[in-house]
Design a protein around this ligand. Structure first.
Ligand SMILES: CC(C)(COP(=O)(O)OP(=O)(O)OC[C@H]1O[C@@H](n2cnc3c(N)ncnc32)[C@H](O)[C@@H]1OP(=O)(O)O)[C@@H](O)C(=O)NCCC(=O)NCCS
Length: 153
């Protein structure tokens, strides 16, 4: 079986959309579709570069990573943009076989090519498996923060 990790292409749209819905079920399918199309059109909805890589095994999409640059991230040096893992997903029946690691490697290469020297990511505090997978890939838990948000009128 061959595993390929490559940048997202138009033909991936339908399968990728299904994976985004699986990872973020609370967000609307329409918003996910818009997000994918913006990246495919080279106009991501972000100020800094943002892209997606997909993992393909024997012709089927089995995972993706969404990765971008952020101007800063907790614990990272603020003098330069940091690579940030925005989303990471592998089909449930194929986990723990190295596909997530291959996706991270592609994301990190892309960030390095954009001048980053550090990577950051986040996950839900009660998501132990994701935390363990991040740690296994060399990511240290940084601080113990709760995120707040307020819309300005
Ligand atoms: C997190 C996720 C993407 C990992 O993908 P994966 O293909 O299983 O990852 P890999 O097999 O490449 O594993 C990478 C490392 O993490 C470790 N790991 C993966 N899943 C783990 C788990 N459930 N418990 C402990 N360690 C785990 C692996 O052992 C491996 O380390 P190693 O090479 O030293 O053994 C996948 O489990 C997933 O899609 N989960 C649901 C969505 C999610 O939680 N996404 C992350 C939040 S954005």
């Amino acid at each position: 079986m061959t595993l390929t990790v490559r940048p997202v292409e138009r033909r991936d749209y339908r399968d990728l959309l299904a994976m985004l819905v699986a990872l973020w079920p609370k967000e609307s399918t329409r918003d996910h579709g818009r997000q994918i199309r913006s990246i495919l059109n080279g106009k991501p909805r972000s100020i800094l570069p943002l892209t997606m890589f997909v993992a393909e095994r024997d012709g089927a999409l089995v995972g993706f990573v969404e990765v971008g640059l952020r101007s800063h991230a907790n614990g990272c040096d603020p003098v330069r943009a940091v690579g940030f893992i925005e989303g990471w997903y592998v089909a449930s029946h194929l986990r723990k076989q190295g596909i997530g690691r291959a996706l991270f490697a592609a994301a990190e290469r892309w960030c390095r090519s954009h001048g980053c020297r550090e990577m950051a990511s986040d996950t839900w505090t009660d998501h132990r498996r994701s935390v363990k997978a991040h740690v296994a890939l060399g990511y240290a838990v940084e601080g113990n923060f709760v995120n707040f948000r307020k819309r300005l009128r």
